[in-house]
Design a binder for this molecule. Structure first.
Ligand code: NI
Length: 137
């Protein structure tokens, strides 16, 4: 059996409280460590899915503040770099500061995933999610 490794995780208290509520709602995991292990397993499994060249369609949903540094320019430049794979985008001004953006892509799974990681990893993107699927029956 593999040895268990321990590591510390820092997050703001509000997020931690919401995470604990999520863990409690699930009912299955008895503690944070189990819940985090489940989430990591899920992410790794999701990443292993499929052939990197497989045609994929994906949406990237992001929430960010348009005051966050040069974020808007950064996102724009990524989108221009990959204009052939990015087929559509919706930008909604949520309030005076916050924006919601949904970007739709179509192309080889690995490339689509890498663009999504670039977008979601841009400094200032607060919440985001990639949903990637294929068009196979
Ligand atoms: Ni906006």
């Amino acid at each position: 059996m593999t040895e268990l490794a321990r590591f510390g995780v820092s997050m703001d208290e509000d997020m931690l409280q919401r995470f604990d509520e999520y863990v409690a709602r699930r009912g299955l995991s008895t503690n944070r460590s189990e819940a985090i292990r489940d989430l990591v397993r899920e992410v790794l499994a999701q990443e292993e899915i499929g052939n990197p060249d497989k045609e994929a369609v994906a949406s990237v949903t992001m929430v960010f503040s348009h005051h966050a540094g040069d974020l808007i320019e950064k996102l724009d430049s990524i989108e221009h770099d990959f204009f052939k794979l990015i087929i559509s985008k919706v930008h909604i001004h949520l309030d005076a500061h916050n924006c919601l953006e949904v970007i739709l892509m179509r192309g080889p799974a690995a490339q689509v995933r890498s663009i999504a990681e670039n977008l979601l990893g841009a400094k200032g993107v607060r919440n985001g999610k990639l949903v990637l699927t294929t068009i196979d029956e």
